[in-house]
Design a protein. Structure first.
Length: 292
C-alpha cells in the first residue's frame, strides 16, 4: 500500500539529518557546525559569558573550589575587622595577638585576606606556625591577598565567600570595623538565632567601640520586642584576648557535651523502642561472642 504522505508527482529528495549526541535533528533544524567545532572556534559572539546560566556555573565553581580548599582545615576561627586599621593602631596589635593565641589554642585563623585587622590576624597566625587562611573578594579598591595568607582564594561573589566563613569556623572574633564587619557579625547572630547553626560563639572585641551598639540593641530592639533577652546572650564583649579565647573554648566544650548527650539520648530511645525478644537475642549473641 502506498504511503499517503508521499505525493506521487513530487520528486523524492533525501531530507538532511544530523546527530547531536543523543539528539536527532532533521530538515530546517540541522545546524552547519558540530558541538566540538563551536567549542574550539574562537570566533562568534561572546555575550553568553554574561548571562545568568553562565553565572550559575561560576557560582558553582566557587563553592567547589572553596569546599575543596577548606575541607581538611580542621577547627578554625574567623576574625573580622576593618581593612582601614593601620599598623600603629592598638587594634592591629590585638588582632596579631589573637592570631597567635588562637593557633596556640589549636585553631586555624580565617580572615577576609585583606589589609588592616585581617592582615594582622593572618600575620599572628602565620608567625605562630599555624594555618593562616584568607578568603578575599573581588573589589574595585582592593588588590589581592595580604602577604601573611598561607592558604587563600579570591571570590567573585560575597555569598559564596560568606558561606565559607561560617561553614569552616567554630566561632567569630569581631573587631572594630565598618559595614562589612557588621554584615558578617549580624549574619552569624541571625544564623544562631534561627538555629541554622548551633553553638556559634561570637566575640565583640573592644568595649568602647561596641558598647553603644549593644546598648541600642538592649534599650531599643529588646525594649520594643524585636529581639529576646536570650538573643543578647549569643555574644560576649571584651577587651581581653585571653578572655575571648576562653569564651570560645568554653562554648566548644558545651557544644561537645551537648552532642554527646544527644547521642546518648538517641541510643536510649532506640533501646527503649527495642522489643524484649530482640534484646534477649542481642544479649545472647553478645554473650556467645564473648565466650568464643
Amino acid at each position: 500500500m502506498a504511503d499517503p504522505s508521499i505525493h506521487p508527482d513530487r520528486p523524492q529528495v533525501p531530507q538532511p539529518s544530523q546527530q547531536r549526541g543523543p539528539v536527532v535533528m532533521r530538515r530546517n533544524q540541522v545546524q552547519q557546525s558540530t558541538s566540538e567545532q563551536r567549542l574550539l572556534d574562537s570566533r562568534g559572539p561572546s555575550d553568553w559569558v554574561h548571562t545568568d546560566p553562565w553565572r550559575v556555573l561560576r557560582i558553582q565553581s566557587e563553592f567547589i573550589e572553596g569546599f575543596g580548599m577548606l575541607a581538611e582545615l580542621g577547627a578554625a576561627i574567623s576574625v573580622f575587622g576593618s581593612a582601614r586599621t593601620k599598623p600603629d593602631d592598638p587594634m592591629y596589635a590585638a588582632a596579631e595577638q589573637f592570631g597567635g593565641k588562637l593557633v596556640g589554642a589549636g585553631f586555624a585563623v580565617i580572615t577576609g585576606g585583606g589589609p588592616g585587622v585581617m592582615e594582622a590576624a593572618n600575620k599572628g597566625a602565620s608567625e605562630a606556625g599555624g594555618v593562616s587562611v584568607g578568603l578575599g573578594i573581588e573589589l574595585p579598591f582592593e588588590n589581592g591577598l595580604n602577604e601573611w595568607v598561607d592558604i587563600g582564594m579570591n571570590f567573585r561573589y560575597f555569598f559564596t565567600r560568606k558561606t565559607m566563613f561560617v561553614k569552616y569556623a567554630q566561632g567569630f572574633v569581631v573587631m572594630p570595623g565598618g559595614f562589612g564587619t557588621l554584615d558578617e557579625m549580624f549574619e552569624a547572630l541571625t544564623l544562631a538565632q534561627t538555629r541554622k547553626v548551633t553553638s556559634f560563639p561570637v566575640v565583640l572585641f573592644g568595649t568602647s567601640y561596641w558598647s553603644g551598639l549593644v546598648d541600642w540593641m538592649r534599650e531599643t530592639m529588646l525594649a520594643d520586642g524585636k529581639i529576646s533577652a536570650a538573643d543578647l546572650e549569643m555574644f560576649t564583649i571584651t577587651d581581653d584576648v585571653d578572655e575571648a579565647i576562653s569564651y570560645i573554648l568554653k562554648a566548644g566544650e558545651i557544644a561537645d557535651a551537648a552532642a554527646e548527650e544527644a547521642a546518648a539520648a538517641a541510643a536510649r530511645d532506640v533501646a527503649e523502642a527495642e522489643s524484649p525478644e530482640a534484646r534477649e537475642r542481642r544479649e545472647a549473641h553478645r554473650l556467645g561472642s564473648d565466650g568464643s
